[in-house]
Design a protein around this ligand. Sequence first.
Ligand code: ADP
Length: 192
Amino acid sequence: MLNIVLFGPPGAGKGTQSEKLIDRFQLVHLSTGDIFRANIKGETELGKLAKSYMDKGELVPDSVTISMLESEVNKYADPKGFIFDGFPRTSAQADALDNFLTSKGTEITAMLALEVEEAELKTRLLNRAQTSGRPDDADPEIIQNRINVYNRETAPVADFYRAQNKYRGINGIGSIEEISDRLFKAIETIVV
Ligand code: ADP
């Protein structure tokens, strides 16, 4: 299987680039943010819980997020692989994912980390707010909180994959096609 963690701060382009990667490599795209938003729309209990954290730019608790992610993975009988987008976002999630994939006889192939500086992230998120309808994109204070949470809790996850020699940094500045080309090349050098 080809299992990619697509990593990067809020606004780095993970969702956009996931679309390109699933087309190219026929992978299943699992975005924890999208799954939570679908639950909010469907007014499920999980959605109500997630919304109370997401609207403030906080992380949904690990236990909830991990069990949701595992049950999503289990829905696919014979996948070519997964793109994990927005997961793992904490060291506990990274540990849980490793153990879970090991129990299924597979593992993460690589973490591809989109690198974009903070000023550019803020511009992108505020622009996205005009069309995304996401409350967490519209307010500069919430955006700042998401970036702070990323720096404090999520950025250390990169070290987890660095230690396994699975980390690849990708320049996240440029056109959508330029960036997807960089991602494709990175995957092709890992896989062959
Ligand atoms: P972005 O990368 O632009 O912040 P996402 O759609 O990935 O957007 O996530 C939106 C929000 O959903 C996060 O701010 C967080 O509240 C919640 N969320 C998504 N993934 C996770 C996760 N793995 N663990 C905890 N919370 C998460």
